[in-house]
Design a protein around this ligand. Structure first.
Ligand SMILES: Cc1ncc(COP(=O)(O)O)c(C=O)c1O
Length: 432
């Protein structure tokens, strides 16, 4: 067993982690640890390995690129950079035709906030309470996720608003009878803040680990109109949802909405090489033709990442998206049946191959298993038990999130659900 002695692991109290799962190798939707135990990867590592492990096309593209040109200044052009930016412009909705490359999702969001401030000349960024936009200072400070505690009081100009979270409506209303009241509340909040000081509103079309819920029908279109009314930029954080995760290439396509900026990472290279990107609409791109763009990083548009991303784009075919939608139907029907048997499951929600279970102590009162902003050992225990059962998933607060590689098959979903059921049965027994 390798030692973690000199490592600092992310998002954890170090001593709670022992023993840490030791990854050895992966193939398709499974991976193996050093002891040879097999795990169904129902988190695509961390929402990134969308094409599964060991994709030959991606690996060979990286190998060939490494042999040809690996170290190239971010300030010069390569054929791969130009091609990748062009292909992203083609697959992205509307006129999201200019691409600023970075190295991660955090960096994409962080730089999008700066770009929004530079473009509009306004200081404020609005984000939902239940949101996560990465671990840079600004990413943590803007988003509402409890992880923001690390940087409180945060940065000036970060303003949070209540989510369209229908399972626990902050306004005590029911969708659709509410007529999306939370958007009216947001408009009043913008007016009180002075909309002329607001550069951008950022949302995840499907909130990831900070809540695991899709925006209700009509919300994103309403938000688009609200932004247009006040000259505010709409940033869609598709770090998790981009590249087929929800059954469309980008999740905003479900609503026919074109944001002003789209932040991307994870599935962009299927996690084979780190890369992020900010796609911006044509007028924003044009703005920087004659104005200084004072941002950039050494490894932006790294040749190996460009090669990986180009190979991945070849794999995200209409047929794969169709497959995601079919597997999603199967996954959600199995999860709803599981919820009939497991009383701990308060809500089943998600989109495509992103599925979230919210665990509750009592279905009637919806009392969460782990109240927000509390430090409970339960999520780590759930994750460990899941590893013991041979399934890799996300357990955070009261949420269990599943996001298998897009190539998953029904028999793997069935196998994973059996394992998940054993985890939940174990958990229910612990709580009694
Ligand atoms: C919605 C969202 N935005 C941004 C990020 C940050 O991405 P990264 O971990 O690549 O920095 C994440 C990470 O999980 C995310 O879920």
């Amino acid at each position: 067993m390798a030692s973690r002695q000199h490592l600092l692991l992310p998002w954890t109290v170090q001593e709670r982690e022992d023993p840490v799962l030791e990854f050895d190798h992966g193939e398709g939707v499974v991976f193996f640890d050093r002891q040879g135990r097999r795990y169904l990867d129902f988190l695509s590592q961390l929402f990134n390995c969308s094409l599964g492990h060991g994709n030959r096309r991606v690996i060979e593209a990286i190998q060939q690129q490494a042999a040809r040109a690996a170290c190239v200044s971010p300030q010069v052009l390569t054929a791969e950079r130009a091609e990748l930016a062009g292909r992203l412009a083609k697959v992205a909705p509307g006129d999201l035709t200019r691409c600023f490359f970075v190295n991660s999702g955090s960096e994409a969001d962080d730089q999008a906030f700066i770009l929004a401030r530079l473009y509009t000349g306004r200081p404020k960024i609005f984000a939902k309470y239940r949101s996560f936009h990465g671990t840079t200072l600004a990413g943590l400070a803007v988003a509402g996720d409890p992880r923001r505690a690390a940087v409180e009081p945060g940065i000036q100009g970060a303003v949070r608003f209540f989510d369209p979270f229908c399972y626990r409506c902050d306004f005590g209303l029911e969708f659709p009878a509410c007529k999306i009241h939370c958007l009216d509340a947001l408009e009043r909040q913008l007016q009180m803040e002075n909309p002329a000081t607001v550069a951008a509103i950022v949302v995840e079309p499907v909130t990831g680990a900070a809540g695991g819920f899709p925006l209700p029908d009509g919300y994103l279109a309403g938000l688009r109109s609200l932004c247009d009314r006040y000259g505010i930029l709409l940033i869609a954080d598709e770090v998790i949802t981009g590249f087929g995760r929800t059954g469309k290439m980008f999740a905003v396509e479900h609503d026919g909405v074109v944001p002003d900026m789209l932040t991307l990472a994870k599935g962009l290279t299927s996690g084979y090489v780190p890369m992020g990107a900010v796609l911006v609409r044509e007028p924003i791109g044009r703005h920087f033709e004659s104005k200084m763009l004072p941002l950039g990083s050494t490894y932006a548009a790294h040749p190996l990442a460009c090669a990986a991303a180009l190979a991945c784009l070849d794999e995200y075919t209409p047929a794969l998206l169709e497959h995601v939608r079919a597997m999603s139907t199967h996954l959600f029907s199995r999860l709803h049946r599981l919820a009939e048997r497991q009383r701990l499951i308060g809500d089943v929600r998600g989109k495509g191959l992103f599925a979230c279970l919210e665990l509750v102590v009592d279905r009637a009162t919806k009392q969460p298993l782990v109240p927000p902003n509390t430090d409970s050992p339960l999520p780590l225990q759930i994750r460990r038990r899941a590893w013991d059962e041979g399934i890799h998933l996300l357990a955070r607060g009261s949420l269990i999130v599943l996001a298998p590689p897009l190539i998953v098959q029904t028999k793997e979903i069935d196998e994973a659900l059996e394992r998940l059921e054993r985890v939940l049965t174990w958990l229910a027994a612990q709580l009694h």
